[in-house]
Design a protein around this ligand. Structure first.
Ligand code: CP
Length: 318
């Protein structure tokens, strides 16, 4: 594998899951693979899980790791070509990227949607510049439209806990005070469709996701109806995608907060969220602390998904 930006880079999900469980059984099995190879992790946005789990994955494989927080100590980067650079950004990303590439063998990038220009976000302008100009394999540590390392960990977690071949999985919008990108729900939808689960998305009207990500999912605007018989409930907030409302918060209706009220109509569903989560906005204390909450195993599986992805990239190095 050269780059990893979506489920499409994992050709065979079953094989990827087999690899994940192999690595989970012995996470140091490939500890020689990354010897004398360096991973550079570039963060344009904050992180707890992605930073720690990806670094741990690289260490599992014997790699060296360099972490760069663009907003803490690096030069502010201009990202637009053609700009007269007489403002507060002393370095252009078109020089910075190949320089970064010269110090490492693999690059991970976290760059969220900025909600300034929908086309720039949905064309993944920052991530694609790294792919084009770094000269290195690049993987997404959450980009503008997708968070594939998270979705892969979510898939591993569902496979570990499901009790039927095709569980009912419900992705539900939940309220949040700030505008959040669609990367996690887009990506989750893409992976759930690829896994061919019985997949339902529920959200208030106006929060429709890009149809390219919704795929074969059923969309149900009545949250209680959507939750009926669910085996897994995956909560997430996202800002509006459609039309002029792109990037806007249209509702903070706490009737959508996942609570025992909705969970009562499920098939004793497991609760999932990628974290960080705002308690009593997205989910009540009772639900996230219940025995059916998978938020910690899900986060732990981030190490496994990252180890599989880095292993495959290392195997593809010339
Ligand atoms: N779920 C996730 O990506 O967490 P972080 O933002 O803390 O990395």
């Amino acid at each position: 594998m050269r780059n990893f930006t979506s489920v499409n880079d994992i050709s065979d999900l079953k094989k990827a899951l087999d690899e994940a469980f192999e690595i989970k059984a012995d996470r140091y099995k490939y500890c020689e693979l990354g010897k004398n190879k360096t991973l550079m992790m570039v963060f344009f946005n904050s992180s707890l899980r992605t930073r720690l789990s990806t670094q741990k994955a690289a260490l599992n494989l014997g790699m060296n790791v360099i972490v760069l927080d663009i907003n803490q100590g690096a030069w502010k980067l201009e990202t637009e070509r053609g700009v007269i650079m007489d403002g507060d950004k002393p370095e252009h990303i078109l020089e910075a990227i190949p320089v970064m590439g010269s110090y490492c063998d693999v690059i991970g990038v976290r760059s969220f949607a900025r909600f300034e220009n929908k086309d720039d976000d949905y064309n993944e302008v920052i991530l694609n510049q790294f792919i084009k100009y770094s000269g290195r394999p690049v993987f997404s540590m959450e980009a503008a439209t997708r968070h594939p390392l998270q979705s892969f960990a979510d898939l591993i977690t569902i496979e570990e806990h499901k009790t039927k071949p095709r569980p009912k999985v419900v992705l539900t919008w939940a309220p949040h005070p700030k505008a959040l990108p669609q990367a996690v729900p887009n990506s989750f939808a893409e992976w759930m469709n690829a896994a061919d689960y019985d997949f339902v998305i529920t959200h208030p009207k106006g929060y429709e996701l890009d149809p390219a990500f919704v795929g074969n999912a059923r969309v149900e605007y009545d949250q209680m109806k959507a939750f009926e018989g669910a085996d897994f409930v995956y909560a997430k907030n996202w800002a509006a995608y459609i039309g002029e409302n792109y990037g806007k918060v249209l509702s903070t209706d706490r009737d959508w907060t996942v609570s025992e009220r909705q969970m009562a109509v499920t098939n004793n569903a497991y609760f999932m969220h990628c974290l960080p989560v705002r308690r009593n906005m997205i989910v009540t204390d009772d639900v996230i602390e219940s025995e059916r909450s998978l938020v910690i195993p899900e986060a732990a599986n981030r190490e496994i998904s990252a180890t599989v992805v880095l292993k495959r990239i290392l195997e593809g190095l010339e």
